[in-house]
Write a protein that binds this ligand. Structure first.
Ligand code: HEM
Length: 113
């Protein structure tokens, strides 16, 4: 079974970029222990788009769904399911919008050494 790639596309106003990156930095370690988790990168746009990509790769769709329904909340401040939650003590999201893209890995390579 091929791995699945889930990319969350975040729209972030220029003046909120630093806030967003700091929030991610402060959640470092939030996903590493999850079953089936394979890779995470926060990608800052340089050219071609102004949206941030949250690249994640999982062993299977089921592993991703389990994370979404469980410990994803820990990576997102503990309240709600994400997008724009006005949950009381939660700070205002830096992102003004998000879209989830799904892919399966067709082919891959990594350096030999
Ligand atoms: C593909 C998987 C993911 C999905 C579907 C997802 C979902 C979302 C959504 C909807 C937002 C924007 C709304 C909000 O700010 O609450 C967001 C922002 C954020 N996510 Fe995720 N996320 C994913 C992966 C991750 C991972 C792996 C981490 C931690 C390593 C993480 C940490 C954060 C942080 C810190 C924010 C910034 C909140 C802000 O805008 O200030 N996310 N995510």
């Amino acid at each position: 079974m091929p791995s699945v790639v889930k990319i969350n596309v975040l729209t972030v106003p220029a003046e909120q970029r630093e806030v967003l990156e700091q929030r991610f930095a402060s959640r470092a370690g939030a996903v590493e222990g999850s079953d089936g988790f394979e890779w995470f990168e926060l990608l800052r746009p340089l050219e071609g788009t102004d949206q941030y990509l949250v690249y994640t790769r999982w062993r299977s769709e089921e592993d991703f769904q389990n994370w979404m329904n469980g410990s994803m909340k820990a990576a997102h401040g503990g309240g709600g399911s994400g997008a724009g939650g006005e949950g009381g003590e939660r700070p205002k999201p830096a992102a003004t919008g998000s879209t989830l893209w799904s892919f399966e890995v067709v082919q891959q390579a990594s350096p030999k050494n």
